[in-house]
Write a protein that binds this ligand. Structure first.
Ligand SMILES: [Zn+2]
Length: 244
């Protein structure tokens, strides 16, 4: 992984304002991991992509994740701090594994969802339809009694088994954790959305950085590039002096 400079992160943030979340994640990883080609990045399973993003997030903001979640029963806002290690699943999955499922004379060969599949469902707000599109893209071959069949012809239980097999093969794709509400004692499981969490952090950081640049530029007449060349410590010390 190469360390990203502040100007590069600001550029990625600015581009991210008009990108789909998966596109922004790809652009970010492409800058941080120049050794991975575009094809390879888009072909990473969602879990593998999340692993790279977690590592990058640790580099950018550390291992603590400040989260806010509303209790689904009493709506109380819960604030908690997770650690990136709480979300990491120790798994070493091979690149683009082909999964097999044989049941009731059906035979399926399929792969794990990747960012190319997320691109496919851009603009589709109907969740069951989006899911169907992803499954259809991941299904490489389906046979019933040795005859080819389509995804529409598969029984619901078989499709569910296919999804479960995908989840088991790529556990980092859906990072779940248990929660308990101190107000109403409700317990539930929720998913951690790596991309939107990281995006919100970068967005907050970028807007604060621009405010700091504005403050220093107004006070000293320096250009943006000059201010960004200051070490974080010196930038903060000058900000303290301006704000005294
Ligand atoms: Zn509650």
């Amino acid at each position: 992984m190469s360390a990203l400079s502040v100007p590069i992160l600001l550029d990625l943030w600015e581009r991210g304002l008009v990108q789909q979340p998966f596109e922004w994640a790809m652009a970010l990883l492409s800058s941080a991991y120049p050794g991975l080609g575009e094809q390879e990045l888009f072909n990473l399973s969602i879990g593998q992509r999340n692993t790279y993003l977690l590592t990058l997030r640790e580099w950018a903001f550390g291992t603590k994740l400040a989260c806010q979640v509303s209790c689904p029963r009493c709506q109380k806002l819960l604030e908690m701090t997770l650690n990136t290690n709480d979300l990491k699943v120790s798994t070493n999955i091979e690149h683009n594994p082909v999964l097999l499922l044989e049941r009731d004379e059906y035979e399926l060969r399929f792969r794990l969802p990747n960012s190319r599949d997320l691109a496919l469902i851009t603009g589709i707000n109907d969740i069951p339809l989006a899911r169907q599109q992803i499954l259809a893209a991941c299904l490489l071959e389906a046979w019933y009694k040795k005859q080819p069949c389509s995804i529409e012809a598969l029984p619901t239980e078989l499709v569910q088994a296919m999804i479960e097999q995908m989840e088991q093969a790529d556990p980092q794709a859906d990072m779940q954790f248990d929660l308990a509400c101190p107000a109403c004692q409700h317990q539930w499981e929720t998913s951690f959305d790596m991309v939107s969490f990281f995006w919100r952090e970068i967005d907050r950081w970028a807007r604060q950085t621009l405010r700091d640049i504005h403050t220093l530029a107004a006070a000293y007449g320096w250009h943006e590039a000059e201010i960004l060349r200051l070490s974080p410590l010196r930038r903060q010390l000058y900000l303290n002096m301006v704000n005294q």
